[in-house]
Design a protein around this ligand. Structure first.
Ligand code: PAF
Length: 293
């Protein structure tokens, strides 16, 4: 596995690979890798000739009050995991390499960025979209891979790709869960044992919402209330939101039908956690849109 720390070095390597006719897959990450990232890399490995993983804790997507400084990092461990996963190249730029000057240019997708996460993190998605576009321009991948756990991020990136007609595909890989249902996240490291137990409220809330839909409920408000009841049922969980939205536009659904995202966010101990389910809700049934392979 080759490691690149400069944009120029990576660009040159990607140019040669493209010339040699190789298809390129990009997996953008902020490191501190877990089984969810490994599943994404394995999908990329199956679908592309050459897989590049970027590891960059992007300051642009953290508000001053957020956990940029304390965000978990362990590059040596990450490099070990990636070399065992069969990744070809890893890009580990410094902040100075990615942002040599104060940024004056930003990418924003306002309608998808202001809802859900955007209400408590108003500048987050312009930071995400800007760094993702920058990574796309450096690597010029055929396929870029994202995890479904960050469902709103997926909607923002897909829309950016569509609006800017970028010549790549976005592939989304299902969330990997611990056996008890907790979605894998780098921020789970913040959870002490009691908080770890309380964090299960997020997946339980989603499963309660899905069970209600499976039982035939189609009122969005009723499904939302069922999810809220689970989240507020544990005093160690501070709910941010529980929402039932159309999966691509993120517009709340009064009557639930078609591509639907059930989404929750909550503070548990020191961690702010997210989770979601992507469902196809039909007149006679409910189907998971993404199922683990
Ligand atoms: O999902 C993440 O880890 C980050 O938001 C991303 C896509 C790597 C951009 O910094």
């Amino acid at each position: 596995m080759l490691q690149y720390t400069t944009i120029q070095g990576l660009r040159e390597a990607m140019r040669s690979a493209r010339k040699a006719g190789k298809s390129l897959g990009l997996v953008p990450t902020m490191g501190y890798l877990h089984a969810g990232h490994i599943a994404i890399c394995e999908t990329a490995r199956r679908e592309c000739d050459l897989v590049v993983v970027s590891i960059f804790v992007n300051p642009l997507q953290f508000a001053p009050s957020e956990d940029l400084e304390s965000y978990p990092r362990d590059l040596d461990r990450d490099l070990g995991i990636l070399s065992q996963t069969g990744v070809d190249a890893v890009f580990t730029p410094s902040v100075e390499e990615m942002y040599p000057e104060t940024m004056e240019t930003w990418v924003s997708v306002p309608s998808l960025s202001q809802t859900l996460e955007g209400k408590s993190r108003p500048t987050h998605f312009q930071g995400v979209a800007t760094v993702v576009l920058k990574l796309f321009s450096i690597v010029q991948p055929d396929i870029a891979y994202f995890g479904q756990k960050d469902g709103q991020q997926v909607a923002v990136v897909r829309r950016m790709v569509r609006d800017l007609q970028l010549p790549l595909e976005v592939h989304v890989v299902p969330t990997v869960r611990e056996t008890d249902g907790l979605a894998m996240s780098s921020r789970n490291v913040y959870l002490d044992p009691p908080a770890r137990a309380s964090a299960l409220a997020l997946s339980r809330a989603l499963f309660a919402g899905r069970a209600l839909l499976e039982a035939g409920e189609r009122r969005g408000a009723a499904v939302q209330q069922a999810m809220e009841a689970v989240l507020t049922g544990d005093s160690a969980v501070r709910m941010d939101y529980a929402a039932v939205v159309q999966a691509d536009s993120l517009v709340p659904q009064d009557r639930v039908q078609g591509r639907t995202m059930l989404a929750v966010a909550a503070y548990v101990g020191r961690a702010r956690l997210l989770d979601n389910l992507m469902l196809d809700v039909g007149p006679s049934g409910v189907r998971d849109l993404l199922t683990p392979s």
